[in-house]
Design a protein. Sequence first.
Lengths: 192, 79
Amino acid sequence: MGAIVASRTNRGTTRERLVSLIPTLRAFAISLCGDPCLADDLVQETLVKAWGHLDSFKEGTNLKAWLITILRNTFLSECRKRRREVEDGDGEHDLAINPEQFGKMDLNDLLAALTKLPPEQRVALILIAAERFTYEEVAKICGCSIGTIKSRINRARRKLADLLDIKSAEEFGPDVMCSAILSHTTGIRRRE
Amino acid sequence: VPKKGSLEGAHRDVEQKACKKITSTMHGKINNKRVASPDNMEIQARLGQKLRILYQDLVDEPIPKTFLKLLNELEKWER
């Protein structure tokens, strides 16, 4: 009896932690599928699965990474089911989104471009570039090697620039953020 | 001028299109291969920046009530 009560108390705490991670799950899901409704379905399914498998979550490990893994797996199996996209394939036919001026690029253009990347590349890029996981963490989440993740990131970055038809950094307009943060997070040193 | 067929199929269209517009901004490619030129690095840095802004905007959205209801339901079922 005591054990059951204790378990329920833990679940209460876990519930709070789940709630605190919903914004992250939604951001990940929306950037993966580009559609808030589909994304919310994905988050819902993730929460149901997570709740049902809380016993398999090891306390003290990274709950966010665990949830992201569930969401990623759910998303990919949905992709396979629908056969809308081919994993790591190159659906190059409807490439350029061609915003008239990238400097004025709407974030929606970026979101649209993102959803044209092969799903595995999308996952890797978002987790590394936006969610700031390490390569090691992402490799673990995706169940592959760090080298594979690096390769997916490189391909995703190049393709994203192609999709948005960017020829020059000047097309972005004036820089608004601290370059130090960028060089740290992207591993790229800005031109002096 | 790039040789036809020397490109990977995946990037052919893009490469051809890009090669038509040989401008000063094209120094990201040498012999039709992408190189880590300062401009390419700058593009990638700026893309990363945009991506993080997009992502943060999404994170900052309020949590839809349906999720809180869902968690309530899950708790009820368990009892």
